[in-house]
Ligand binder design. Structure first.
Ligand code: GNR
Ligand code: NI
Length: 180
């Protein structure tokens, strides 16, 4: 297993539209295992392949407190969306930022499991919210896209400032190293 690097906003690679998985093989299972490890380590309750710079339609989710309910959704399609619910969201690709997003309350989803078998489920609550958040990632969309331009600009500045400061303290020699 391997922990993968998570892309952060405003990395343009997060805007890539992921393509469907066509081959259900051992390599796919390995990628899914790596995604779970990355998600649990982060820690987060969901992860889309797009966030680890892999642009295929693969999502892992575990909303349980004890990591006991791993769920994999491959090539997910929302067949039905019902109701509206507002909830506070966060994203591993937008660290430290939380804001309200309106989503469907219940969804019906068709997807492939990791063996390639087609499944259909009705979901609600946190699982429905998380699945919609992850499908957005596969379409190159982030939860901050639902916020105002002003908020998004503030978020971008805050993340860039944070990265600059962390970068400066982690590797002070780098800024003055000779440019070759
Ligand atoms: O860990 C996560 N928590 C979360 C909380 C509310 C709504 C969505 C999420 S998903 C997020 C992990 C993540 O960024 N997945 O893409
Ligand atoms: Ni996210």
């Amino acid at each position: 297993m391997a922990r993968l690097a998570i892309l952060e906003y405003p990395d343009p690679r997060l805007r890539t539209r992921a393509v469907p998985v066509t081959t259900f093989d051992a390599a796919l299972k390995q990628r899914v295992a790596d995604m779970f490890e990355t998600m649990y380590e982060a820690p987060g309750i969901g992860l889309a392949a797009s966030q680890v710079d892999w642009h295929e339609r693969v999502i892992v989710i575990d909303i349980s407190d004890d990591r006991s309910q791993p769920e994999v959704f491959i090539n997910p399609e929302l067949l039905k969306l019902e109701g509206r619910a507002t909830g506070e969201e966060g994203c591993l690709s937008v660290p430290g930022i939380f804001d309200d997003v309106v989503r469907a309350e219940r969804v019906q989803v068709r997807y492939h499991d990791v063996e390639g078998k087609v499944r259909e489920r009705d979901l609600d609550g946190m699982l429905a919210v998380c699945l919609q958040h992850e499908i957005d990632h596969l379409d190159g969309k982030l939860f901050v896209d639902y916020l105002s331009e002003l908020k998004r600009q503030r978020i971008r500045k805050k993340l860039e400032k944070g990265r600059r400061e962390r970068g400066a303290s982690a590797a002070p020699a780098r800024a003055s190293a000779p440019r070759l």
